[in-house]
Design a protein around this ligand. Sequence first.
Ligand code: UDP
Length: 352
Amino acid sequence: MALKIMILGANGFIGSALTNAILRERDWEVYGIDLSDNKLGELPRERRFHFVEGDITINKEWVEYHVKKCDVVVPLVAIANPAQYVTHPLRVFELDFEANLAVVRHCVKYGKRLIFPSTSELYGMSPDAVLDEETSPLVYGPINKQRWIYAASKQLLDRVIYAYGVRDSLDYTLFRPFNFIGPNLDNIEEPKEGSSRVFTQFLSNVLYRRPFKLVDGGLQKRSFTYIDDAMECLLTIIENSGGRATRRIFNIGNPDNCVSIRELAERTIRIAQEFPELREAAKSTEIIDVSAGEYYGKYYQDIQVRVPAIEAARRDLGWQPHTDLDTAIRRTIDFYVKIGSFNPLNAAVSGL
Ligand code: UDP
């Protein structure tokens, strides 16, 4: 019998990539729900993809019924964008924590396997140069730095899931994404500045001919991970042959792609110039500095460096990332060029 996978948030960045990877590379059935289907393309026509448009906080019976019916539950509905942690902290708590806790409890009740997205943000301002799933301390700022509501919500869910594993033998895997990038991360045609994560914000700035803004000089570093590499890892986790991912935590990240935000900006400008449609706009893109206070407001606090330890995934899942940062940038730009996002007419339609 083919596995039945339930994906909550199937139209999100990870959800749409995962649905696509499953339908392409495995014979599993996917039951998906999301608010809309704009990132899914032709996928809803596929025989093995059962998609409904809906809101998991409203369509609660659908959610419980499908947890009961499926073998593996992947709840990917969450706000995962720092700009929103500081502007809508309670929405982050209600969706990322409360709505997901209900799903976790259904998995406990029906004895289903749960693949839960933890986050690299969980490590916060950890002093460890390389962040380890089992040993690194999790360090946050004071309550008046509302940025940490996301990490704190996720941390508590990790702890709840872990405790269900100890007490009720819940079969789970926690995975921690490290700055996944690729097609469909955020809507680059969104004209409002400051609404996307850094890489997609930069692409949007090329489209709208705005300068790249480096928060506090852009010396802070992230390890950017190409979405296709990450999906290979997730498929292995879902497959779980020999139970090797059961009750485990895995960082999913690419330590070889650890660069400063300034370096990301420079590379994005350089690579964008390879595309005739973008050459002029990219050439004239300026890079300017802004303070974190100006960019995000007073509730923000930053993380200086974030490098994943990936020995666990390497050793126990046989996985390692192989897409270098330039290739990841190039493939993502290529995607947006092909769907016409950089066509100036689209910007005109968006009202600019
Ligand atoms: N950042 C920046 N310019 C922007 C957007 C973000 O310099 O236009 C910085 C931000 O302060 C952070 C890093 O880029 O240090 C990554 O931000 P992102 O929102 O992608 O997510 P994070 O990795 O912090 O979760």
